[in-house]
Each structure stands twice: as C-alpha cells, then as structure tokens.
Design a protein around this ligand. Structure first.
Ligand SMILES: Nc1ncnc2c1ncn2[C@@H]1O[C@H](COP(=O)(O)OP(=O)(O)O)[C@@H](O)[C@H]1O
Ligand SMILES: [Mg+2]
Length: 282
C-alpha cells in the first residue's frame, strides 16, 4: 500500500481539494483508496458527501479514543472509503497532553489493521491511504507524517509560496529521523495555477532550484519532484464541495477534472518510477 499525507501548514493552498480529488481519481481508476480526514474542519469529509459528526466513529475516536481504524471506515463507493473527521479533533492536543508516543498513534492504528497491509489478510486491501492534514504542524500533522511513507505538498504560486516550505521540510526530516525512516517527500504540486503569469513560471523555477540545492544534504527530500501537472484555477473546483461531490461527479469535463485526473496518473506512475530507481540503485 502507498500512503500519502497531503500537507502544508498554510491554509487555503489546495490540500483538501487535492486530497479529495486525487483520492476519487485513483478510486475511479480502480485503485482501492482510503481517504483519512485529519482536519477538524472536516472539509474533506463533507466534500465526499459524508455528514460530519454522524453516529459512527471518527478520526478523533481512532486517535484519542483508542478505537480501531476499521470502526471509523465509511464506504463511499466500491473502491473509496473515508475515515471522517470530527470537530473534536481540534482538542486532540489537549486530550493527549503528556501521553507518551502520542505522535505515533495513527501509525499504530494503521499497522494494526490488515486492510492497510502489515499482517496476513484474506480480503481486499487498500492500495492507497491519503491523509488530508490540517493547516498546522501540530500533533495531527505529526501523526500523519509518522503514519505514511510519502508527503505531497500543494503550493499556491504566490510571492511568499516558498516561505514556510523549509519549516515543513525540516519537520518531515525530523519525523524521518526519529519515528519513520521510510518517510519521503513525494513532490510539490502547484495549485490554483494561472498559466501565463510570470509569477507562476518563476515559482516553478524556484522550486526546481530549491530541490537541486538541497538534494544531497537532505535525503528525505531528495526524492521530491515538481509535478508536471499544474492544477489550474477553476471555479468548478471551488463549487463542488458544497454539493458534496468530487470534481468528477460535479463537472466531469472541467479543467479541474482534467488536471486532477492527470495528477492522479502522475502520482500512480511515481511509484513505478521509484521502484525502478530502487532496482537501478540496488
Ligand atoms: N484550483 C482551484 N481553483 C479554484 N479554487 C480552488 C482551487 N483549489 C482549491 N480551491 C478553493 O480554494 C479554497 C482553499 O482550498 P482548500 O483545498 O480547502 O485548501 P486547504 O485545504 O489547503 O486549506 C477552497 O475554497 C477551494 O474550493
Ligand atoms: Mg483543508
């Protein structure tokens, strides 16, 4: 199983839009996907049409209440399941204050469920776990980064876009050193992209230069790439959540649907690339 945390401590950069539409694109391509909503605002949960605060268990019960991950799974389609968020997640830092190993609770819950790999299992397994992170580098994002293998970083082309990037990458590196040695940066995806603007072109160049400069000294980012797919600014992407629909259900022929399908293909291909690299290096 591949596991990807969609993270950036800045709000409004496209994390939730990317988590949801990437998850749905992969699921529509036949991959078995679990989307885990770790943002107390529950936007990803609502975006896929699952009511927040239903009767079932939520990500809060899994992380703070000791419930198994499987109890919180909600099946949205044949290939997509969701672990819904709950507003209580906003108090998770307090609920877990002083508890030892509190950064790796999600990691343990994922490891304990045979559907997410690990132990022998007869039934179907998930091929992707996609985690929508909140806009902070607090306990929830640490839990996400401790539990997954890859971090996908949405970036909005903006003159301060790279500001704060190093903080996130330092955190990633710290988690890789202390808790989760497999953790790697999958890559950066530019969201709300306005083609033809000088700024957008410059940010792309800056990101490439940043990777080149830090490749040798920072192995946890060295595998990072700037995705070729840019997610264009598209009003349909902003409208879809209020209908509880992904872009593929809401506006299948929009630029948004086109871009997220292309991103999903690139992300899916990235696994094949890194397996190939591993073979070539070995
Ligand atoms: N490519 C896009 N074009 C237009 N609006 C977008 C696009 N991506 C995201 N949005 C909108 O921008 C806002 C912030 O995006 P969101 O994915 O919620 O960011 P985050 O999860 O990082 O806070 C939302 O209202 C969303 O619908
Ligand atoms: Mg969000």
């Amino acid at each position: 199983m591949r596991s990807i945390a969609v993270a950036n401590q800045k709000g409004g950069v496209g994390k939730t839009t990317t988590s949801v539409n990437l998850a749905v694109a992969l699921a529509r391509a036949g991959r078995r996907v679990c989307l885990l909503d770790l943002d107390p605002q529950a936007h990803a949960t609502l975006h896929v049409g699952v009511p927040q605060g239903g009767t079932g268990a939520s990500a809060y019960d899994v992380i703070a209440g000791g419930r198994p991950l499987g109890e919180a799974l909600v099946e949205v389609s044949e290939t997509l399941s969701v672990v819904p968020s709950h507003i209580d997640l906003s108090a998770v830092e307090m609920a877990l204050a002083g508890r030892a190993g509190r950064e790796s609770i999600l990691r343990e819950r994922v490891a304990a469920d045979p559907r997410f790999g690990g132990q022998p299992h007869d039934g179907p397994r998930f091929e992707y776990l996609i985690v929508d992170c909140p806009p902070s580098l607090g306990l929830l994002s640490l839990n996400a980064m401790s539990a997954v293998q890859e971090v996908l970083l949405p970036l909005q082309p903006h003159f301060l876009a790279l500001h704060g990037l190093s903080k996130l990458l330092e955190t990633l590196e710290l988690v890789a050193e202390r808790v989760n040695p497999r953790l790697r940066l999958l890559g950066i995806v530019l969201c709300m992209y306005e083609a033809g603007t000088r700024l957008a072109t410059e940010i792309g160049r800056d990101v490439e230069a940043f990777f080149t400069a830090s490749r040798e000294s920072h192995p946890a980012w060295g595998s990072g790439r700037l995705f070729n797919t840019r997610i264009r600014r598209n009003i349909r992407l902003a409208e879809a959540p209020s209908f509880g629909q992904s872009i593929f259900d809401y506006a299948a022929s929009s630029h948004g649907a086109e871009d997220y399908a292309a991103l999903a293909a690139e992300v899916d291909q990235a696994a094949a690339d890194s397996r190939l690299t591993a073979r070539l290096v070995a």
